[in-house]
Design a protein around this ligand. Sequence first.
Ligand code: FAD
Length: 322
Amino acid sequence: MSEKIIVIGESRDNVLRNVTFEAIAAAKKVNGDAEVVGVLCGADDLGTQAQEMIYYGADRVVTVKNEKLATYTSDGYGQAVLSVIEDENPDGIIMGHTAIGKDLTPKIASKLEAGLISDAVDIEVDGDEVVFTRPIYSGKAFEKKVISEGLVFATVRPNNIAALDRDESRTGDVQDKTVEISDLRTVIKEVLRKATDGVDLSEAKVVVAGGRGVKSADGFKPLYELAEVLGGAVGASRGACDADYCDYSLQIGQTGKVVTPDLYIAVGISGAIQHLAGMSNSKVIVAINKDPEANIFNVADYGIVGDLFEIVPLLTEEIKAL
Ligand code: FAD
């Protein structure tokens, strides 16, 4: 990856997700001198988002507007992005390791017979080599991958590579590209959304996660209060989801979401290996558990042994009083 790197932007409700800006920073880490070309797809006007990508470091942005791109499908976005790649002939392509990134990049990479380094948490340059670090064995170890030759796709895990500061003095061209999208094999008839509390769990800087120790759906209320005062999101163990205390969309772990917040507060969670796979790379981990032998304390930076129903409301009050 060197001279030209494409960064595929991802948005929700026409607002770019932070991981797009982190992917731009990742491209700059690969090669600070490379031309970084943003790519945006959608059915609405993409000008504002394109401008944001430039403020965060993209040199130029190509937008593909088409009514068939109103909702993500790997088919539609695949055709659009492939067409831009054919025009641009980049040395590398980077996007977020999100549900869309995990779906789209292998599809296009396989079509182009290109390599793919997924879920990178760090990128370093060592002499002539670009070294990507990625977790393996459910986060128990890390491997380092080096690109030997050819076109390479990479996805970056949200919240690991810091975005550049937003700078409105940065300028760059926005080019609208017309792509004929053939009839989609997948037709999205309706998108049903769950009501959320505003903060996206995958990108939250603070996560308060509850486990089976929370004991009921009502037991999650103090966790929501703590998350609110910290400006964070609520997550859960599979134990809590299986027990119907909360929705599976909150599940963190090997078969749930992978999060890397600045602060992860595990409340009434034992710390099973499958749960750790989704949160052990959090920057600071606080565990609240009444069992001093609970495995979660082995990965925690700070541990509080005690009853969560006493500790969580106290924490909320103390933080409110700050
Ligand atoms: P428990 O293990 O029951 O722990 C509850 C904890 O709460 C205990 O440590 C207890 O001491 C504490 N507690 C109880 N009462 C209180 C109190 N009043 N105050 C303080 N502490 C209290 N799990 C995941 O989380 N995510 C996954 O993605 C996932 N994927 C899986 C995939 C596979 C293939 C398999 C086999 C399992 C998977 N699991 C996953 C399940 C995992 O193995 C555990 O069963 C699950 O994480 C346990 O959830 P828990 O910690 O909430 O419950």
